[in-house]
Design a protein. Structure first.
Lengths: 298, 406
């Protein structure tokens, strides 16, 4: 027992010697943003990959082990991770990153939430009480989140305050310039009618002015049946759409089925960093998203 | 540590005041109510044999709890909330179809211990093995593997305390220990001070790329049985006897689980393979045919040592977001008992039969809250009495649905 205790103390000491801030990012976009803001001052672990549905992640042993030593948790929040994060947090026995602790950062708290339901009923499918959690599809949302995340990094690692401030200022400038560029590129998308597979694009639509005329899922999170897809197809004859949109992690079948019959292109957007081969960082994520949407117009 | 927690809380309060308007809206009196969940479950069972018949060679153990015809199964009321910044409380009340309610789980867990320590006390499912901690509504089959049914009475529930420590390593390494009352099988309800049962377990686990993950575990359990009664135990004379055992029960177990999903996207498809092996040594004194002092050879007590073991291997495949199918094979070994000379002519030492069972299931999930399942089993757990079993089951979750364990 004593031996175990001593080993345990030694391990503890060795983990504290490690200089970089240990960050546990729930989704790749937050890992990428932390990377932009903290550079080599943070050692970042990404819990999910771009081709995984973030609603349905297993509370794997590896996640628990990584959460154990994290000093900062960066997640979307708004119940996106409700199916797995509570177990990871409980099992991690790490008080620094529990909800309400300084090391618990939820991006959704810093943006205006869309589609906040007026009634909560599971008969409506997989709705989130706090609103639609897919906030990362609007590039403008990254500005307040980056601001808050940068302040959080400073709070947890005050010794590097000047460094974080400088990184944030640089990011803020570059990102504003990039938004202006993307908005200009995306001008032809304004008012374009689209079909989406999952209700995952309200922020993108809000930003670029795309008009969602139908969803392929009968209720959020429910798989569409052939009969339901047939109904959507009929509706599309009355209200034609230019393209059918889906996130890279989603099953291609429903979109392809509609695309083939409605004679519209099926457009895959990366949705997060790594979702497509081109979306290698945050800037490339939106470059690629807009390029793919524009290609869908042709 | 206390001041740290205080400052953390104060910071959280400050933050929530300055940034979080959502929290301010939610801070009604209602917000402090615990999360409530209710599991509605029921089965229809079609069995060819009497489900109360014990497994051959395991007459001193619990029987798998099957029921014939329509029955409500186990409805489960779950309540959980943080107690204060230090503790979290969880209670699960199980409502049996007979109308009785029992406290399945009622424990308090620490949330603010530092350095990977997790302390739990109250009534909880022991951390041994892989399946033991999982609630029945998350089981992949209608019933537990045979080895769990006969060695742990489906699931070992303990009144006591558990301490776990998670190593600060990249790989998942967890060790834990429990002490408890030990009143549930294989223990007996003994009025005494101190601990009646002890458990030690260790788990390691990790990912292999983004598509595969695994966990391997080792567990040890030790308890005492005092006058553990067993009825209708077959004896060498071809009749049945009521025996009583007093001695120690030591069990060792190995478990593994491996999950695979293309791109790690569990919503679409996944494959899960798991297996567990348990081996128990009972060592003590057996009293043959208790309570019938007139019968020949009755009430004779002598040494009795036996090693029982069993394993299962199962796989579940989710091939679309709605459909899963699974296959399970169970096998038990009742061992050869070393029976003291005075009872050697009464007690069957070796049954020379290995109970086994093959089970197939398919379930349809309309959402993550509702599951309907068909299960077929060919049960050879009773010698000479093969049983073909059909089960239909529904499991529905109302209210807060907590995150699932790995």
């Amino acid at each position: 027992m004593q031996k175990i205790f001593v080993t345990f103390l030694l391990l503890l000491l060795s983990s504290n010697v490690h200089a970089a801030l240990n960050v546990f990012a729930c989704e790749p976009e937050w890992a990428a943003l932390t990377q932009q803001l903290a550079g080599d001052k943070a050692s970042i672990y990404t819990a999910t990959a771009a081709l995984q549905d973030p609603h349905q992640i297993q509370a794997r042993p590896s996640l628990i082990a990584k959460a154990r030593s994290a000093q900062l948790l960066v997640c979307t929040g708004a119940e996106l991770e409700v199916g797995w994060m509570p177990v990871v947090l409980q099992e991690s026995a790490n008080s620094r990153i529990q909800p309400g602790s300084a090391g618990h950062f939820e991006a959704a708290k810093y943006v205006t939430m869309l589609e906040v339901p007026t009634r909560l009923d599971r008969a409506d499918g997989d709705v989130h009480a706090a609103g639609n959690p897919h906030i990362q599809t609007d590039a403008r949302n990254f500005l307040p989140i980056a601001d808050a995340l940068s302040k959080k990094l400073i709070e947890l690692d005050p010794a590097n305050t000047a460094f974080y401030q400088q990184r944030f200022t640089a990011f803020n400038q570059q990102w504003r310039a990039a938004i202006a560029k993307w908005e200009q590129q995306a001008a032809p998308l304004k008012g374009v009618q689209i079909v989406v597979q999952h209700k995952g694009f309200p922020y993108l639509n809000d930003w670029l002015g795309l008009k969602e005329v139908a969803e392929l899922e009968p209720k959020p999170g429910m798989e569409p049946s052939a009969a339901y897809l047939g109904k959507v197809l009929n509706e599309l004859q009355q209200h034609p759409a230019r393209m059918v949109l889906r996130a890279a992690y989603q099953n291609e079948r429903p979109s392809e089925w509609i695309a083939e019959r409605a004679h519209i292109p099926a457009v895959i957007v990366p949705y997060t960093v790594g979702g497509t081969a081109q979306a290698t960082d945050l800037f490339a994520l939106f470059d690629d998203t807009i390029a793919r949407l524009l290609a869908g117009l042709k | 540590m206390f001041s740290k927690i205080c400052s953390g809380t104060a910071m959280a309060v400050l933050l929530s005041h300055s940034f979080n308007t959502n929290a301010a809206e939610a801070a009604s009196a209602n917000a402090f109510n615990p999360a409530l969940s209710f599991i509605l479950a029921g089965t229809y069972g079609n069995l060819q044999r009497d489900p109360t018949l014990p497994v051959t060679g395991f007459a001193m153990n619990p029987v798998p709890g099957h029921e014939q015809g329509f029955n409500l199964g186990e409805s489960e009321l779950g309540i959980s909330a943080n107690v204060d910044p230090q503790f979290r409380g969880v209670a699960t009340i199980s409502l049996q179809s007979s109308g009785t309610a029992s406290v399945e789980n009622a424990f308090v867990q620490t949330t603010a211990l530092e350095d990977g320590l997790n302390l739990k006390f109250g009534r909880y499912f022991s951390g041994l093995g892989y399946l033991n901690e999982q609630h029945s509504h998350t089981w992949d089959f209608v019933d537990q593997p045979l080895v769990y049914s006969v060695l742990w009475g489906d699931q070992l529930k303990e009144d006591g305390m558990q301490l776990k420590w998670l190593a600060p390593t990249d790989m998942f390494v967890e060790i834990g220990g429990e002490i408890g009352k030990g009143s549930n099988f294989p223990g007996t309800n003994t009025a005494k001070n101190g601990s009646g049962a002890g458990v030690l377990f260790a788990h390691i686990g990790d990912d292999i790329g983004i598509e595969q993950s695994w966990r391997v575990g080792l567990s040890l359990h030790h308890t005492k049985q005092t006058n553990a009664p067993s009825t209708d135990v077959p004896d060498l004379h071809g009749t049945t006897a009521n025996n009583s055992f007093t001695g120690t029960s030591s069990t060792g177990g190995l478990d593994f689980v491996w999950k695979y999903s293309p791109n790690g996207n569990f919503r679409e498809r996944y494959l899960k393979v798991q297996g567990e092996y348990f081996r128990r040594k009972l060592n003590g004194q057996l009293t043959y045919d208790v309570g019938t002092p007139t019968a020949a050879g009755a009430n004779i007590t002598d040494g009795y040592t036996v090693t029982q073991s069993g394993w299962y291997l199962q796989s579940v495949y989710q091939f679309t977001p709605n459909w899963r199918t699974g296959l399970r094979y169970d096998r038990l070994d009742s061992g050869t008992a070393a029976v003291g000379a005075s009872n050697a002519g009464n007690i069957i030492a070796n049954y020379a039969y290995n109970p086994s069972r093959l089970t197939w299931m398919a379930d349809y999930n309309t959402s993550e809250f509702a599951r309907i399942r068909l299960q077929l089993a060919h049960d050879n757990s009773r010698q000479g009495l093969p049983d073909n079993q059909i089960f239909v089951q529904y499991i529905m979750a109302l209210g807060a649905h907590g995150a699932h364990q790995y």
